[in-house]
Write a protein that binds this ligand. Sequence first.
Ligand code: CP3
Length: 349
Amino acid sequence: MQNDTFLRALRREPTDYTPVWLMRQAGRYLPEYTRTRARAGSFMTLAQTPDLATEVTLQPLERYPLDAAILFSDILTVPDAMGLGLSFAEGEGPRFERTLRDDAAVASLDVPDMEKLRYVFDAVSSIKRALAGRVPLIGFAGSPFTLACYMIEGGGSEDYATVRTMAAARPDLLARIVDVNARAVAAYLREQIAAGADAVMIFDTWGGMLTAAAYRRYSLASMRAVLGALAADTATRAVPTIVFTKGGGGWLDEIAACGAAGVGLDWTVDLAQARARVGARVALQGNLDPLVLLTDPETVAREAIAVVEAAGPAPGHIFNLGHGIVPRTPPDNVAALVEAVHRASRRAR
Ligand code: CP3
């Protein structure tokens, strides 16, 4: 590996500078992404065609000296392979044809045949070949609970009312869904690792809306099960893992003990306090407010340096945003961000 700074930081080893990658670094803020997507015709075709997924994965790395690539795919490929029928309507969020709301639907849910997701693993191998050891490749999956949110509601939701009422009234149904999802996610990440992923991240976008008790039971426990399965397998145990619960700042101690090498933080968390709380247990990833990227290069650089300073001198910080890049981000601001993080952190070493 020519640049393993990201992997070293994830293992909390000293690095010459703070590595940086950005959630949704390949996406609609890049005109070249929009062109490739138009050529593909739809987001799903883009994700399901390994050559095109490789092309868009590499686009941000051609522009910026990022320290990691992330597989171009989506978390909802897993429920799609479970037969729920995923589509992305133009300008809207994801939609499932079928939802999981009653006993019969939940009882029929099962771990999908991983061959249905072969296109993802083929994309991982293809991206690894194209990267030729430049930087590590991050694989990913949705958390069992976040996948359950989309599977139960049939798409995104303002308040996830069906999920939250199910957690209270039918805990048995929600428990069965997250249990099947945990086994599916473990198998899915195992195959991404077999295809060449150098690290894997679990995106728990919606765990933060739960009560503390429900978070522990439905989200954290199922992520722990996934990580436990990877740690128990000699083929996967050496690959470092990251968990990111958006809105999970209040439960940082418990999250830091879940078995992941790194913990992602959203922008509401005080990074210096977070480091003081977790000590040397885990690497921390984050946490610039993504909307800062809508300002100007000077403001972006100043705010990015404040994040680097908050992370402190201890090893084990990976710079990222607190959530994904928004589509109207000016690409030049991303260049200013990466440059500022590298320069300021090098100087502080
Ligand atoms: O970070 C990366 O560059 C890798 C690619 C990636 C995508 N989705 C591509 C994508 C990753 C890691 C994801 C994860 C994902 N997908 C999450 C978890 C992280 C998060 O953002 O909280 C979630 C909740 C989803 C579900 C999803 N996929 C939604 C809600 C949407 C529509 C909203 C939107 O931003 O358009 C998607 C579609 C999607 N996934 C796009 C991309 C680039 C946009 C599709 C398009 O080109 O129109």
